[in-house]
Design a protein around this ligand. Sequence first.
Ligand code: ATP
Ligand code: MG
Length: 697
Amino acid sequence: MSTGVSAPATAEQAVFETILRDLNPGQRAATSHGDTPLLIVAGAGTGKTATLAHRVAYLIARGVPPGRILLLTFTRRAASEMLRRTDALLRSVAADAEGSAARALTDGHVWGGTFHAIATRLLRMHGESIGLPPGFTVLDRSDAEDLMHAVRTGLDLGGTRRRFPQKGTCLDIYSRCVNAAEPLAHVLETRYPWCRDDADGLKALFAGYVERKEANHVLDYDDLLLFWRGMLADPALGPVVRGRFDAVLVDEYQDTNALQADIVALLRPDGSGVTAVGDDAQAIYGFRAATVRNILDFPTRFPDATVLTLERNYRSTQPILDATNAVISQAAERYEKDLFTDRQGGALPALVTCRDENEQADYVVERVLGHREQGMSLKDQAVLFRAAHHSAVLELELERRGVPFVKYGGLKFVEMAHVKDLVAFLRLAENPHDSVAALRVLGLLPGIGPRTAGTLAATLAEGTDFESWVGRDVPSATSVLWPDFVALMRTLASAPASDVAGQLHAARAFYAPLAEHRYDNASARLADLEQVEALGTRFADRTRFLTDLTLDGPHWTGDFAGPPLLDEDYLILSTMHSAKGLEWRAVYVIHAADGNIPSDMATGDAAEIEEERRLFYVACTRARDVLYVTHPLRYYAVGRGRSDSYGYALRTRFIPDRMLPLFEASQAAPDASPADEAAPVVATTASIRAMGSAMWE
Ligand code: ATP
Ligand code: MG
């Protein structure tokens, strides 16, 4: 770096000392490391992120202008949090320092953000030189899918040949090729073998997609990285963009992909001023083409790199660390890291068996409130789960008991479009005058546009039941479904209010094929719908169910869960992926059952299982003081009405029996009779009858 200062004067020396004051020797070495490339590989909670923040402060104190420092993080939240920490550090240092040193410390802004956000900023500044109009727009994921769909329709790929991959899959394949820098044939062979025969069609589609983006002046997420790299690789523009920065710091380097590693290397070709931190044991984005090779290859890419490790964990108590160390020690392949902590004492992590999801939700809410009672605010506690829909029952319980929460990594369950669709059938049955529900449901039927829907809703609102819809003239595309639809609505309207799950089941049977047609990632959505049905078993009547879900309430008009008021206290619900890098005093890892973690969706091969194991490790290592791992024994099978059939689930394989001594095992409701748990009777009169009648069909 050109601006480095080699021999600090005494006043500045004091500044450095203040910055380094609270750090351990390893962290100090990393923070005050010179200009040669630096890689810190260290376990969870060892202060990697904290060290990066200190290093930014140190660089500024050394005289690097803040505006020439680039800090790349995995989420926007992470960037602002780190810059806040750096800023606080610099302010406290500046308060002690005098004169010019103090002034320099708090002037100007560091470039901080995700790779995508920084790419957008740089492309707005320099994109014109490569022919990018300054007013370009960025397509989000669903926009990109829509464009892919439009091109596919134009090429007549999806229409006549229904087998052609769905738009979302096409985009995934495209994105994989671009981000992993892998040829299409290879991606199809290794990841999408069922799409192998469509290689030619996909090539044509992708070419058309690229052309269309160009013509429309739009960039998708992948383009942001591609274009950034393109600018850097250009002989004329490259030096200009590169010349903006003296230092590039990257957090969570294990989850960057090949393209991102290229960008870092192109920003600082000899590696000077590059600092990367990561943990191979926490690599959880392989499914999105991130590669731990970036960490492994760092010393090859930058031959004069220094690799530092940190071993002291500051986050968790010893019992939590013992358990999480055991979880990761079973990984097939990893760098040995011996983590230790001074935080002796503390309870063993709890391993809690619950009879079912309902009991799990009750247990978690009780504990959360119990801890709050003892002075731990809601914000200090987080509930983590593998898939966004795993929190459905819990969300409902929290709503019911008035416990505010915020969800990271997914919409709140009841806000999801397909969940609203399904519930709208019951809403309409409950109240045929509910025109919002009527329009929503009618809009799901093929051939019905807004105008027809409006007329039909109006007719309905004139009467009190669904009589007026019987035998109605409807558009020809609708006519096949119409009688079934009206029959369904009449059945729902006259069904006993108490059988909520049964009604949801009937509505789901009708709606599922429509959802499949309507939404791209249908299988995940269909799983959500099963969840809604399972939720129904919790309710004794429909009115209560609908009231508790309070769909379309005023605070749910936005697409994403809005940030709550700042002074509010709220519990965090998060997917494990979105919990990366964060920490809480109390962490509840729920649904720790095989099939959920590792996920059924991801048990294709050994590498995927390993990624799931690391994900579970990431989740458990978020805990500072207390860790709960809970797993329900039973999952109610959907489809047979109220709670009369269920399957058994096993504890996650990532906590095998030999690890049990590291946990305090208990049951959520200790009064449960053991006999009740011992007999895995799955057959029910309803299922036996169903089997019987199936014989004569
Ligand atoms: P992860 O791998 O989960 O991202 P990390 O290695 O980035 O973890 P940090 O989040 O930086 O770890 O730090 C974990 C916790 O330890 C934080 O609360 C941080 O403030 C604290 N910590 C880090 N270093 C020190 C230190 N030297 N003294 C006291 N606390 C520290
Ligand atoms: Mg971190």
